[in-house]
Design a protein around this ligand. Structure first.
Ligand SMILES: NC(=O)c1ccc[n+]([C@@H]2O[C@H](COP(=O)([O-])OP(=O)(O)OC[C@H]3O[C@@H](n4cnc5c(N)ncnc54)[C@H](O)[C@@H]3O)[C@@H](O)[C@H]2O)c1
Length: 350
């Protein structure tokens, strides 16, 4: 029996990780610890919320007293840490929130692990989920490996880089069993519609302009979110203590090419004339400090632990569009802020 706290389980990737662990390991107890910020939505987990091995705890990872109390009460064997402020644009307008949640929140969790745990995996493990953005930007060639020097450019990536350093410092200084993974951009169901792909799907559907930064030349390496959750599962169970793994899709797309592909799929799905949705593409002023290209070399993960992506991008994108078109209510609730109001009423008075 293992008891695992998964932080940020109500968010996009966290909900896929929670679902995977709850359904794949019925003998594990999974505690989803999430503060339900604008990005957290328990509707993401409706299909598993009644499972006997799943529980939701509302709480803030920056609240040291609360986290210490939770460790005392629950005695977790492991933490899989995904809770974060995750949107680069928001980090540019409000960097302090990113320092608090991503840096201070991570250190608060590490401190609790330090205080309450003795013994390395399989007794205890702190798994930190991070991003390829800590490595900075690439030119036209090359890929990020686990040895690439950290060179973050946005307040978001700087905060994630800082949290990665703290995780390594707690491993080296206090001997806590830690693993870190740095993943490329994810796509799939339950993605909050402020991010590129769900925003574009939502706007195309509503016949609204589809904003594309600059000339759409920025290149990202896209990974199906369920493949990320599977990689986390593999790394959590098999990686040696102190290890770092890059996770990526070997799937580089210029933003503008991706949006054009999405427009074609949407034309087909919505019965529109070919080329109609692409008329909605609107180029907007580029994001400050916008990294040109990210590309992940995930060779180490394949070589050591046998993981590789399962889906071709076109197939994954079709599935994603199908999910958004079939889950209109989810999208409406998220965009109208209904679900936030609901959770405020549900939880603030308790
Ligand atoms: N989205 C990507 O493409 C991507 C790629 C690589 C790595 N990551 C990393 O994966 C993790 C999850 O990303 P995501 O896209 O699912 O993010 P998200 O924004 O969808 O979800 C974040 C979750 O964390 C919760 N949260 C935020 N602040 C909290 C706090 N103080 N206490 C408790 N919970 C809090 C939110 O309520 C939300 O449920 C992040 O650490 C992110 O850096 C994301």
């Amino acid at each position: 029996m293992k008891k695992i706290i998964i932080t940020g389980g109500a968010g996009f990737i966290g909900s896929h990780v929670v679902r995977r662990f709850v359904t794949t390991y019925p003998d594990y107890q999974i505690i989803n610890l999430d503060n339900l910020t604008y990005a957290g939505n328990l509707a993401n987990l409706r299909d598993v919320e009644d499972r006997p091995n799943y529980r939701f705890v509302k709480g803030d990872i920056t609240d040291a007293q609360f986290i210490d109390g939770l460790f005392t009460a629950e005695q977790p064997d492991a933490v899989i840490h995904l809770a974060a402020e995750s949107h680069v644009d928001r980090s540019i307008s409000n960097p302090i929130d990113f320092v608090l949640t991503n840096v201070v929140g991570t250190v608060v969790l590490l401190n609790a692990a330090r205080k309450h745990w003795q013994g390395a995996y399989p007794a205890h493990r702190f798994y930190h989920v991070s991003t390829d953005e800590v490595y900075g930007a690439l030119g036209d060639t090359g890929m990020f490996t686990e040895e690439t020097k950290y060179d973050p450019h946005s307040p978001y990536s700087a905060s994630k880089a800082s949290s990665d350093h703290f995780v390594r410092a707690y491993h080296d200084t206090y001997g806590i069993d830690t693993v870190i993974s740095n993943c490329s951009n994810n796509y799939g169901s339950h993605h909050f519609p402020e991010k590129l792909i769900p925003l574009a799907i939502n706007n195309i559907k509503g016949n609204k302009p589809v904003p594309v930064y600059g000339k759409g030349e920025n290149v990202r390496d896209w990974l199906w979110v369920e493949d990320h959750a599977r990689a986390i599962d593999v790394i959590f169970h098999k990686a040696a203590s102190g290890e770092t793994y890059n996770i990526g899709g070997h799937n580089e797309w210029k933003n503008i090419d991706l949006i054009r592909l999405l427009c074609n799929i949407m034309d087909r799905k919505l019965g529109r004339a070919a080329g109609e949705s692409a008329k909605l593409i609107t180029f907007v002023k580029d994001r400050a400090g916008h990294d040109l290209r990210y590309a992940i070399d995930a060779t180490k993960l394949k070589r050591d632990l046998g993981w590789e992506p399962s889906l071709q991008f076109e197939e994954g994108l079709e599935k994603t569009v199908d999910w958004y078109l079939a889950n209109e209510e989810w999208l409406q609730d998220v965009t109208s802020g209904h679900y936030q109001q609901y959770y405020e009423e549900q939880y603030t008075s308790r």
